[in-house]
Design a protein around this ligand. Structure first.
Ligand SMILES: *Cc1c(COP(=O)(O)O)cnc(C)c1O
Length: 418
């Protein structure tokens, strides 16, 4: 009996066309360099039977009719045989993400941390040293400070606002400069071109976690950064329903990390999550505009409130880094923080009074959230350093997509009640 081939159903249709494949057609037209929303709507997509939404390829493997066809799949680009290695649904999101960051290629990972750890393991060898910005995402800090030590890799953490400290931290065995364009809690920024220049002088690879700023406000590759990483669990997906990460860089770098850490450590992204990420990306540009517009209004109101000691948002004119920030960032996002005169007690009272703003660690979704970095300090700890006192009086706010009038009322009724 002839083996059943699902392909046969479509093969007939294909044959009726003048050599045109009706089953699958690229829609990537020429939208790669179009405006951001146009690119996100069309670029990289494929259509099947005219469906406006590409299907999700849930399959773990791809089967072949002949020995030779399988053999070809091993050596051809964009040939598929096993979904840990590559899958068409991943590729659609990867194309959009690379175009978004103006990079040559992108590789999806199962989380932001999988993207970060794979990048560190890809670049670093025994005996290498990293100069890392501080503050930095805690997972990254733990990885560099504790985990990679077992491979003989060391790191120094410095405040990148002080360029002299960065220069002094570079050693003969330094291999990498690792940074975030905007720090998550205090939104500090640093002089990116100055650090890139320093890296060039010493032949170091530069890696930037651009999760906070997002490509809607900062494109590190255009500033000369070599490798960009994101937790796509935040604004890129934007719906608080996908955990994902991505690395964007040159084609050579992405090919290398895909074949080594992607395949061998295996922390690549599952197809359904890649599909959800693509869906989230379709509205990324307009979501970011709304997050920014609402955040601008709330930040300005907080800035003039008597209970508020300071608003941490460098694109506010009053901020000491305003000039540097406005040179590097085209806009704000929905993420910033503010500090209360009343310290930890006022923070707790305010967070408990809020109705629309929920208390939660992540950010970048449709829903408004608050979090205090002071929550990480053990409640029974006797004394506080100056830095810990600052952490405790800080509320980080992720402004969601609710109506801004409702958010303002919620925030200010809690604040006026302190
Ligand atoms: C959330 C986050 C990460 C980690 O991403 P996951 O998707 O949670 O693994 C890394 N860096 C920054 C700046 C983040 O905010």
């Amino acid at each position: 009996m002839e083996p059943l081939k699902v392909d046969h159903v479509f093969e007939k249709e294909k044959e009726t066309e003048d050599g045109e494949d009706k089953m699958s057609k690229r829609l990537d037209r020429d939208t790669k360099d179009s405006g951001m929303q146009t690119m996100l709507t069309h670029y990289g997509d494929e259509t099947f039977l005219g469906a406006v939404v590409p299907p999700v390829f849930m399959n773990t493997l791809f089967a072949f009719d002949t020995y030779e066809d399988f053999q070809k799949s091993q050596w051809e680009e964009e040939a598929f045989y096993y979904s840990r290695v590559s899958n068409p649904t991943q590729i659609i999101a990867e194309k959009k993400l690379a175009a978004l960051e103006k990079g040559e290629a992108a590789r999806l990972f199962a989380s932001g941390m999988a993207a970060i750890s794979s990048t560190l393991l890809h670049v670093l060898r025994q005996g290498d040293h990293v100069v890392c910005g501080y503050p930095i995402y805690n997972g990254t800090y733990q990885m560099l400070q504790n985990y990679l030590g077992k491979f003989g890799i060391t790191a120094d953490f410095v405040d990148f606002r002080k360029l002299d400290l960065v220069r002094e931290a570079i050693k003969p065995n330094t291999k990498m400069i690792y940074c975030e364009g905007l720090s998550t809690f205090f939104m500090d920024v640093f002089d990116i071109p100055a650090v890139v220049q320093m890296a060039k002088e010493h032949g170091l690879i530069t890696v930037m976690d651009n999760t906070c700023a997002t490509p809607a406000t900062l494109r590190p590759i255009e500033w000369g950064i070599d490798v960009v990483i994101h937790s796509a669990s935040k604004y890129l997906c934007g719906h608080s329903d996908v955990t994902a990460g991505v690395v964007i860089s040159s084609k050579k770098f992405i090919d290398g990390i895909s074949q080594a850490e992607g395949v061998l450590i295996g922390g690549t992204l599952a197809p359904l999550e890649a599909w959800l990420l693509t869906r989230g990306l379709k509205t990324f540009g307009i979501r970011m505009k709304q997050h920014a517009e609402s955040a601008r209004r709330l930040a300005a109101m907080l800035n003039s409130h008597p209970q508020v000691m300071r608003v941490n948002l460098p694109l506010l004119e009053k901020h000491e880094q305003f000039e540097l920030a406005s040179r590097q960032f085209s806009d704000i996002t929905g993420l910033f923080s503010f500090e209360l005169h009343g310290g930890a007690a006022a923070v707790a009272r305010m967070m408990n009074k809020l109705q629309l703003f929920q208390i939660g660690v992540s950010w970048g979704g449709f829903e408004s959230l608050v979090y205090s970095p002071g929550l990480g300090i053990p409640p029974d700890q006797q004394s506080r350093t100056e830095h810990e006192t600052r952490l405790e009086r800080t509320i980080r706010i992720s402004v969601g997509l609710e109506d801004v009038n409702d958010l303002a009322e919620d925030l200010f009724s809690a604040l006026n009640d302190l």
